[in-house]
Write a protein that binds this ligand. Structure first.
Ligand code: CP
Length: 307
């Protein structure tokens, strides 16, 4: 039963509950007109303390396409956060006005705190370098739809694996499916955090390999998940500048990949995928962005318990 629940960490929902959401998303993709009014009279609040294009717009589009309405802020200085209001007080207030809330925050754990004080469902839309569970739902629906299943894949995750919250959430989620293998491609300074290695990969005996060069492994991959270097999480600009162009996927590199490998990216991209790649049939990151709206439609409908 998903009605009334919060989504803070990808592991908050079971595999069966993920499946319920994917099934509804697929149903909405096939018959969007049947869902145009299911959220009439409902309000979604978007509380974005950090910039966003895809997550905020796709949540707003999702609610509007379900017949509901949206309110919120995309700039915390336009809210009473600028006067020092706590997340706990903000959500208690928002819960007086809205039926469901989506929160992005630079501090790890802020949406979790909000959920502890909230009488309405709270969805984590990204908390610092921690988690981004609805990007994970997006990624899983994309993989399931294109690769016809969520198990038996070799997944290369490339770029900023230290601060990239989408990577942390995706590894956790994909680790629950059969026979997935991970190849973690990053510079030394941006390796995956130890807690993901120990508590997710090693603890569950999941095969993984850490490498620095994409060229060494690209031919082995079924999925290549590119990420940008997360400038906003660096303590100094010099380190960012030194590392920002560590990986650039271009035509020459993609030539070595399997014909049916897919390239995903949570976006925004900076330099890490050359624009020449966009026309390659393996580049699926804009399809991924579209799946994000449908999966969020399904998630909203499930958490609100609308028929
Ligand atoms: N993928 C993602 O979270 O993009 P935005 O930062 O634009 O929301």
């Amino acid at each position: 039963m998903l009605k009334g629940r919060h989504l803070i960490d990808p592991m908050d929902f079971s595999i069966d509950e993920f499946e319920e959401i994917f099934n509804l998303a697929e149903e909405i993709i096939s018959n969007p007109e049947e869902y145009m009014h299911v959220c009439e009279g409902k309000l979604l609040a978007t509380l974005f303390y950090e910039p966003s294009t895809r997550t905020r717009f796709s949540f707003e589009a999702a609610m509007l396409r379900l017949g509901g309405k949206v309110l919120g802020f995309s700039e915390p200085n336009s809210s009473s956060a600028a006067k020092g209001e706590s997340v706990a007080d903000t959500i208690r207030t928002v819960a007086c006005y809205a039926d469901i809330a989506v929160m992005r925050h630079p501090k790890e754990g802020a949406p979790k705190v909000a959920s502890m004080y909230s009488t309405i469902p709270v969805i984590n839309a990204g908390d610092g370098g921690h988690h981004h569970p609805t990007q994970t739902l997006t990624d899983l629906l994309t993989i399931k739809s294109i690769k016809k299943g969520l198990g038996n894949h070799t997944i290369g995750l490339c770029g900023d694996l230290k601060f990239g919250r989408t990577v942390h959430s995706l590894i956790k989620a994909l680790s629950r499916y059969e026979n997935n293998k991970f190849i973690l491609i990053s510079p030394q300074e941006l390796k995956i955090p130890d807690y993901i290695k120990k508590e997710v990969l090693q603890k569950n005996n999941i095969s993984f390999l850490e490498v620095e060069r994409m060229e060494e492994v690209i031919d082995k991959l079924d999925i290549l998940y590119m990420t940008r270097v997360q400038r906003e999480r660096f303590f100094n600009e010099e380190d960012y500048i030194r590392l920002k162009d560590s990986y650039i996927l271009d035509e020459a590199k993609l030539k070595k990949a399997k014909e049916d490998m897919i390239v995903l990216h949570p976006l925004p991209r900076v330099n890490e995928i050359a624009y020449e790649i966009d026309k390659d049939s393996r580049a699926r990151y804009f399809d991924q962005a579209k799946y994000g709206m449908y999966v969020r439609m399904a998630l909203i409908a499930k958490l609100l318990g609308v028929k």
